[in-house]
Design a protein around this ligand. Structure first.
Ligand code: NDP
Length: 247
């Protein structure tokens, strides 16, 4: 129970990787705020799962790309919990398509959710973290932010941007004992990757030295390490969780 007494906010915590992170942090003793934007049912199900093993969790709906909503939600959280120790910027979407056919709104939606959302959430929690001189900010990037991928200029740009944001913010906040890191998953079995065709899946597996897709738990493990006491001297880093796909 190394996170006993700590409060965590996980954006997009109701399913997939975010769900696994919420469960993991709650099992380590943290009080977890599960953010969602549309999926109330799944977020509430995660809250019940956590309560079932004696953990503490609340749901906190807001759109990470909406500055006013983010600020209000974080204010509510801090008023209720008294602190915010861990922020996991996990919420993310894809709107894939080749550049020639990609609509401006597909670019905006992905950059707003995946990059601006992390900026807004980090900004909203940073004041309290600086005041308490402690914090852990963990941004869920992607292998695609490092390798690029045809059909994902929006997603790759947002995730590469997230890694730049991570390094800059790590420098800004280090003197207050706040670490900022990124976790970059490879291909993980979630709803986001469920749409892959058999052909695409076979192609992917051929590019992964370990020859299997990862699980949400694999990503949650890296987040737990960075959030916990063993991660205290790690900042500005990107931890790749990808079966060796990108080194
Ligand atoms: P899912 O599609 O399963 O879940 C996405 C989550 O993000 C949902 O909980 C969703 O909430 C939330 N979300 C989306 N938009 C917003 C928003 N505007 N405000 C708040 N929450 C929002 O995705 P994964 O679990 O697969 O991915 C999680 C993260 O990991 C993403 O950042 C993704 O880019 C990254 N990643 C995933 C990989 C994979 O292979 N799956 C690989 C590399 C990175 P709601 O349920 O309310 O819609």
């Amino acid at each position: 129970m190394t996170l006993q007494g700590k409060t965590a906010l996980v954006t997009g915590g109701g399913r997939g990787i975010g769900r696994a992170i919420c469960l993991r942090l709650a099992k380590m003793g943290a009080k977890v705020y599960i953010n969602y934007v549309a999926g109330a049912d799944t977020a509430e199900a995660v809250q019940r799962e956590i309560a079932d093993f004696g953990g503490q969790a609340r749901v906190l709906p807001f759109n990470v790309a909406d500055a006013v909503a983010v600020a209000e939600a974080v204010k509510t959280l801090i008023a209720e919990a008294g602190a915010i120790d861990i922020l996991v910027n996990n919420a993310g979407i894809t709107r894939d398509g080749l550049l020639a056919r990609m609509k401006e709104e597909d670019w905006d939606a992905v950059v707003d959710t995946n990059l601006k959302g992390a900026f807004l959430c980090a900004k909203a929690v940073s004041k309290q973290m600086m005041k308490q001189r402690f914090g852990r900010i963990i941004n869920i990037a992607s292998v695609i932010g490092c390798t690029g991928n045809a059909g994902q200029v929006n997603y790759a740009a947002a995730k590469a941007g997230l890694i730049g944001l991570t390094k800059s913010l790590a420098r800004e906040l280090a003197s207050r004992t706040i670490t900022v890191n990124a976790v970059a998953p490879g291909y993980i079995v979630t709803e986001m990757t469920a749409a892959l065709s058999e052909e695409a899946r076979a192609q992917l597996l051929s590019e992964i030295p370990m020859a299997v897709l990862g699980s949400a738990q694999d990503v949650a493990g890296a987040v737990a390490y960075l959030a916990g006491p063993d991660g205290g001297y790690i900042s500005g880093q990107t931890i790749h969780v990808n079966g060796g796909m990108y080194m």
